[in-house]
Design a protein around this ligand. Structure first.
Ligand code: UDP
Length: 474
């Protein structure tokens, strides 16, 4: 009997990567695979701790419906700052590569140590593109098939794959990737306009960080040229111009991130499911403003207060995700009396630390999504036909905002005043505009339909996934 195909799936250690890659793992299981899912040790503990009791939780082995969660140390000290992504990326490459290689070799019976995957030989690897080249190199050394997955927009991946062209056209500097004379560029006339200042390496904060990341990404371009598949959590209808120009990038989305009920989703915080859903059940259809800024975005306390007051001024019900670490210094400085007036018994609003976002966006009571435009949130909003108030902060979120507001036209932009603040009046005004814009509603409903068709049997993302699965199996 041929052994069951066994995939090793390795996410980049951030929330917006673990969720879509765990969804990919569920999709592989549905096609007959066994999966070993290798989180960094730090995130492994968070994911296991955050699993609701309704999931098939098995803290000792992490075995979930033929997905085994395993922990690999990332090489950083226990208390070290893991939001320093450049350092994390570099340290991980050094420490995780030998551990992952060992995991694969043990599963092949090549060492005398026990195979702690326990599910037969690992036959292929799906590695997050953002890990860099080391994971794909390990796959080559251990002679297993491999694919890279890019969990953000194809347009942003295209900008990275075009680094050499951008250098050649004098758009960026060849040493550190910084912007030269042009503020914006377009890779092809139908692709979104991109800002050189928003390129992945140019918004990392420090100059050393920028240069290190730039060098790292150049290395990644070479590795990916050798790779058989580059999967992308997107769909043709969303980015057809990019897929036409970069045919090696295969859309398999939108992945059903967070949608599988009763299955491990990969949250880092425990979502307040019951509280959110029963509160939404009590609200009128299409009345609620859902406000969430993903797992990383942080506010200064002035903007945090202005957002609170804007939600109050709106006069509509709202569900606001205020992560424990959303404000610098971790102090949630609500405006005086805000919680008493607007939140809690008799108030119009609800505040939670982490939501089951997928279930929230699918709820009929939700009218619009005030979002930082992370790619998962963008795909989740589109997939559920929810109009956006686009409020990007960082990195690829700016390109995603261009898609939302200028290309797909399914949202409006939150604009800062001359002091850099998005005011309460602006927030309330924009929400009203969004609620009454029939064109936006129509377009986002149309995109919802296209996105659903692409993942249905016979749809383009479905076909791509089939092709990929067959290639990995043989
Ligand atoms: N998310 C969630 N509950 C929340 C906020 C976010 O489940 O309260 C999920 C969201 O559904 C998405 C992921 O966290 O799948 C965030 O990814 P995204 O790419 O949107 O943003 P990032 O966190 O990477 O900035």
């Amino acid at each position: 009997m041929t052994p069951r195909p066994h995939a090793l799936v390795i996410p980049y250690p951030a929330q917006g990567h673990v969720i879509p890659l765990l969804e990919l793992a569920h999709a592989l299981v549905a096609r007959g695979f066994t999966v070993t899912f290798a989180n960094s040790e730090f995130n492994h503990h968070r994911v296991v701790a955050a699993m609701a009791d309704t999931t098939t939780k098995d803290g000792s082995t992490g075995l979930l419906d033929r997905i085994r969660l395993v922990a690999v140390p990332d090489g950083m000290d226990p208390g070290e700052d893991r939001s320093n992504l450049v350092r994390l990326t570099v340290v991980m490459a050094e420490h995780m590569a030998p551990r992952v290689e060992d995991l694969i070799r043990r599963s092949h019976g090549e060492t005398t140590e026990d195979d702690d995957t326990g599910d037969g030989p690992i036959t292929c690897m799906v590695a997050d593109y953002n890990l860099g080249t080391w994971a794909l190199d390990v796959a080559r050394r251990t002679r297993i098939k491999s694919a890279a997955i890019w969990p953000a927009s194809a347009a942003v991946l295209a900008s990275i794959l075009s680094i050499h062209r951008l250098i050649h056209e004098n758009i960026i500097d060849s040493n550190d990737g910084s912007a030269l004379t042009q503020a914006t560029f377009q890779l092809s006339p139908d692709m979104p306009v991109m800002h050189t200042a928003h390129l992945a390496w140019n918004c990392i904060g420090s100059h050393e960080g920028q240069e290190a990341l730039f060098r790292y990404l150049i290395g990644g371009v070479r590795a990916v040229e050798k790779c058989d598949f580059i999967l992308c959590n997107s769909f043709h209808g969303a980015e057809h111009a990019t897929f036409a120009r970069f045919p090696k990038v295969l859309p398999i989305g939108p992945l059903l991130t967070g949608e599988r009920r009763g299955k491990a989703v990969g949250h880092f915080w425990r979502p307040e499911d019951d509280a959110c859903i029963s509160w939404l059940d009590a609200q009128p259809a299409r009345s609620v403003v859902y406000v969430a800024f993903g797992s990383f975005t942080m506010f200064d306390s002035r903007q945090f207060q202005e957002l609170a007051l804007g939600l109050e001024l709106c006069g509509r019900p709202f569900l606001w995700v205020v992560r424990p670490d959303i404000v610098h210094g971790d102090v949630h400085d609500y405006p005086d009396g805000f919680l008493g007036r607007v939140v809690g018994a008799g108030g119009r609003g609800m505040v939670v630390a982490w939501s089951p976002q997928q279930r929230v966006l699918a709820h009929p009571a939700v009218a619009c999504f005030v979002s930082h435009c992370g790619w998962n949130s963008t795909m989740e909003g589109v997939r559920n036909g929810v109009p956006f108030l686009a409020w990007p902060y960082f990195a690829d979120q700016f390109v995603n905002k261009v898609y939302i507001c200028d290309v797909w036209k399914v949202g409006l932009e939150a604009e800062a005043n001359e002091s850099g603040v998005i005011t309460k009046e602006h927030i309330a005004g924009r929400v009203e505009e969004l609620m009454s814009d029939g064109g936006i509603r129509e377009r986002v409903e149309a995109m919802k339909k296209v996105s659903h068709e692409s993942v249905k049997e016979g749809g383009s993302s479905h076909d791509n996934f089939d092709m990929f699965v067959e290639a990995m199996k043989t």
